[in-house]
Design a protein around this ligand. Structure first.
Ligand code: G4P
Ligand code: NA
Ligand code: NA
Length: 193
């Protein structure tokens, strides 16, 4: 097991409905030393890529993205979620459906913060069905930029997102891939990588 898998086993809580709670260290209370290790690991895994910007989505992606960004020495842009339908021409927009929350959000990034000159590393805390990622990829494409890679903390390997994104040809690196969870025993199975 790597450092993140070990931490998930130690402090993660398996809930009914295939939900993994990691709010004591990842997406509510945040362990910044752990984030720093994650940043170093992503820097290693994407060392050959000319990354000049990190893109994430509010809310839980932001903290991780900021620490990762220190390892790359580049700025972070986060996509904002909004319910409003009429958004003026200053923004790139994409529609993101949340299976967990059963709703649709527009995600937006101001055009002035993303362009065809950008080589983007997308960062997020979770990958489940991949809807958020698809939205972020759409936004980079709209800007004419390049997705150099995608870095995820925890991928739920039994949901479709990872397969879809890899089949599209993206360089996706997940620090932990959970292939199964059992709420009654608390047991978590990780994919060998
Ligand atoms: P998708 O983007 O991969 O399609 O994810 P999905 O709609 O299934 O998930 C919706 C939200 O739930 C996402 O956060 C995602 O990170 C989170 N999520 C999915 N599975 C789990 C899980 O097992 N545990 C935890 N803790 N979160 C999970 P969000 O609502 O878009 O953003 P945020 O405001 O929480 O960052
Ligand atoms: Na997220
Ligand atoms: Na989340």
């Amino acid at each position: 097991m790597n450092f993140l898998e070990e931490r998930i086993v130690k402090d993660g809580i398996v809930k009914e409905g295939n939900v993994l709670k990691v709010d004591s260290f990842l997406n509510h209370q945040m362990d910044i030393e752990l984030f720093d290790q994650m940043g170093a690991e992503f820097k290693k895994r994407f060392a050959d890529r000319p990354i000049n910007k990190i893109l994430t989505i509010e809310a839980s992606g932001i903290g991780i993205a900021c620490v990762v960004a220190q390892h790359f020495g580049v700025p972070v842009v986060f996509a904002k979620k909004t319910k409003s339908i009429n958004i003026e021409g200053e923004m790139y927009t994409a529609e993101v459906e949340s299976f967990t929350h059963k709703c649709k959000n527009q995600v937006i990034v101001a055009k002035k913060f993303l362009s065809e000159e950008d080589h983007v590393l997308i960062i997020d805390d979770f990958l489940a069905n991949g809807c958020a990622l698809q939205g972020l990829i759409q936004i980079v494409k709209s800007a004419g930029g390049t997705v150099e890679g995608i870095g995820i903390a925890i991928e739920k390997g039994f949901q479709s997102g990872g397969t879809v994104i890899r089949n599209l040809g993206y360089h996706l690196e997940s620090l932990a891939i959970v292939d199964g969870m059992d709420a009654s025993t608390g047991e978590i199975t990780f994919r060998e990588q």
